[in-house]
Design a protein around this ligand. Structure first.
Ligand code: ATP
Length: 137
């Protein structure tokens, strides 16, 4: 089984959608291995998204990710990386498939409800950003 690191982003929390989104994640067969509520700072958001630091949207992205609490979650499932990205849909909700989380709940490419790791390797790095090994059940 693979693991992926998801983040229920600040817009998800503000909209009262933590339960709804977790329901969909669990209904899709993912097991929660670790979860917490936390608030990133502009600096820790920048660390998490360091690969994007030269991108024009980096400032907007780190402002948004530090704008309120978020819920990082480590999830486990067979084929977790690909299956989670299919569940959430395209980065831009306008391009996301019907029935995906972003299509239903996201307002814009910037405020898109949820993050999912793009590879097993990055999933490990991202999980370690939020959780100690001892916090994974
Ligand atoms: P995530 O990494 O959050 O799962 P992703 O892998 O689907 O998203 P990336 O291209 O890696 O998409 O972009 C990372 C995040 O940066 C996006 O989720 C989005 O919040 C933000 N982002 C991407 N493109 C833009 C943009 N043009 N304007 C504003 N924010 C953007």
């Amino acid at each position: 089984r693979q693991r992926t690191l998801a983040i229920l982003k600040p817009d998800c929390v503000r909209k009262g959608l933590i339960g709804e989104v977790l329901r969909r994640i669990q209904d899709a067969g993912f097991t929660v291995k670790a979860m917490k509520m936390t608030r990133l700072t502009k600096q820790t958001a920048g660390g998490f998204y360091a690969v994007h630091k030269e991108r024009p949207f980096f400032d907007e992205l780190t402002d948004f990710m530090s704008s309120g609490p978020c819920v990082p979650v480590v999830l486990e499932k067979e084929n977790a990386i690909e299956d989670f990205r299919a569940l959430i849909g395209a980065t831009n909700p306008a391009e996301a498939a019907e029935g995906t989380v972003r299509k239903e709940f996201a307002d814009s490419v910037g405020e898109n409800i949820v993050h999912g790791s793009d590879s097993v390797e990055n999933g490990k790095i991202e999980a370690a950003y939020f959780f100690a090994e001892s916090e994974l059940v």
